[in-house]
Design a protein around this ligand. Structure first.
Ligand code: PLP
Length: 457
């Protein structure tokens, strides 16, 4: 998932000795990779400071890319040189940004990012440009080789290369990147219904398969949907394919494990996603549960399929089996670092903590009369959408229609949940006190048994 990374360090290139920034000593370990906290200078930006600044109301809806704030363009002087003054200004800007990130992190509930990490030891690598170009199985100049970019775009692409005339099947609650892939690759795409849990409806799946029996099937199976954290029943999907007459050489299954793929192996009695089953690919994200600071992920597929995809890119003297050329080479190092540091047991403990805390949250919401649902194989708690946009924004809750969710990641402690719960319990009555509004019915989203509206409680 090669997205622009922020590591824009000026470096000089020297083929024999590698890449060194001026004045950089490769053996010195950076002790404190964070900028020192600088006193806030209210004159630079009217937002923070001593209270005499204008209050700017920001209308940014999280996750929806609505921006109403714009800044004036400042042209630099023709002979602009970095002066001490500018450096101080930048340091103070960074420090303020860091402070606001700290503040936002305190109330981060709605998005599945584990924000509990410390990569201080990797500070020593930020002086190198580590580009991960071309084929992931062939080493590039820094010896980093792995595949990491939009896992779903790649998984579906591999499926289409294996079956150029295949029909893509994906449930309505699949991540939008699946439908983006369908558009990008101009594939015929059939949307399959879901159960209230958010899982794919296997009966509807079979019915739709039977309508397109003449064409191979490419299926997206969700290992944790974005909104409800639902896990599609992989074994049932395979069974329905077989029942509909699709032999193993006529279907390709991509498993989207972005959210829960690295958590499910640690959940007791959870079904298994394995290449012993007839699947074509699995992808997982590195910046969600695992907690990498930059977007990244891992995609696993069969070597046979990759051969179908590879083209020889001569000037790189390297096979290229990826969509993007350049990819972030720091990301696999961060992944390697955290996987090693936490280990199997560490991950298991974190998964158990997430699931336990998710149950705690769900139980307390229900005890407070707020409709809530938690799927069995999930740490995503879905509940009645708070009727106060300010509250939603503060807690960075992702909302869809009448529901909101909290994705309980390892950094979400019981203490943090208690602060959230106390606040929602205290504020909620004020949302309905005018008598005009009532708690919304969420039965169609989560099922009657999880709804506590006037009709269903
Ligand atoms: C977040 C998410 C994705 C996207 O993964 P990225 O690694 O962020 O590109 C795909 N599918 C599901 C279910 C997700 O939750």
């Amino acid at each position: 998932m090669a997205r622009p990374s922020g590591d824009a360090c000026p470096t000089t290139w020297n083929a024999s000795s590698g890449v060194h920034a001026k004045g950089f000593h490769p053996t010195v370990i950076t002790k404190d990779p964070l900028p020192p906290v600088v006193k806030i200078d209210a004159s630079v930006n009217g937002e923070a400071g001593n209270g005499n600044e204008k209050k700017v109301k920001r209308e940014m809806v999280l996750g929806r890319n609505v921006h109403t704030m714009s800044l004036e363009i400042v042209e630099p002087d023709a002979d602009d040189e970095i002066t001490g003054e500018r450096e101080a200004q930048m340091a103070s800007m960074l420090a303020r940004y860091r402070k606001s990130l700290l503040e936002r992190t305190k109330h981060h509930l709605g998005y599945p990012y584990n924000l509990d990490f410390d990569y201080g030891a990797l500070g020593q690598l930020q002086h190198f440009s580590i580009n991960n170009l071309g084929d992931p199985f062939i080493e590039s100049n820094y010896g980093v080789h792995s595949r990491q970019f939009e896992g779903n775009l790649h998984g579906i692409l591999v499926g289409r290369e294996v079956f150029p005339d295949g029909v893509l099947y994906a449930s309505h609650e699949s991540h939008y990147s699946i439908f983006k892939a369908a558009r990008m690759y101009r594939m015929e795409c059939v949307k399959v219904n879901t159960l209230v849990s958010g899982e794919i409806d296997c009966d509807d799946f079979k019915a739709k398969l039977l309508c397109h029996k003449d064409k191979p099937a490419i299926i997206n199976v969700n290992i944790g949907t974005t909104v409800k954290g639902a896990v599609d029943d992989l074994d049932m999907v395979i069974k329905k394919l077989e029942e509909a007459g699709f032999t193993h050489d006529r279907f390709y299954i991509h498993c989207d494990g972005a959210l829960f793929g690295l958590m499910m192996p640690f959940v007791k009695l959870a079904p298994k996603v394995t290449f012993k089953k007839p699947i074509g690919s699995v992808s997982v994200s590195g910046h969600k549960f695992v907690g990498c600071p930059m977007p990244c992920g891992v995609q696993i597929t069969r070597l046979d399929h990759i051969k179908a995809l590879s083209s020889n890119v001569e000037y790189l003297a390297s096979r290229d089996a990826t969509i993007m050329g350049s990819r972030n080479g720091h990301a696999p190092i961060f992944l390697w670092y955290t996987l090693n540091k936490k280990g199997y047991r560490g991950f298991k403990k974190e998964v158990q903590k997430c699931v336990r805390n998710a149950h705690y949250l769900k139980d307390r919401l229900i005890a407070a009369g707020i409709g809530a649902m938690l799927n069995e194989l999930s740490s995503t708690v879905v509940f009645e959408r708070p009727q106060d946009e300010e509250f939603v924004r503060k807690w960075q809750l992702a909302c869809q229609g009448n529901i909101a969710h909290v994705v309980v990641m390892p950094n979400i402690t019981i203490e943090k949940l208690d602060v959230f719960l106390n606040e929602i319990v205290q504020k909620r009555p004020t949302w309905f006190q005018d008598g005009k509004h009532q708690p919304p019915c969420i039965a169609s989203d989560v099922g009657e048994e999880h709804c506590l509206c006037a009709l269903h409680k």
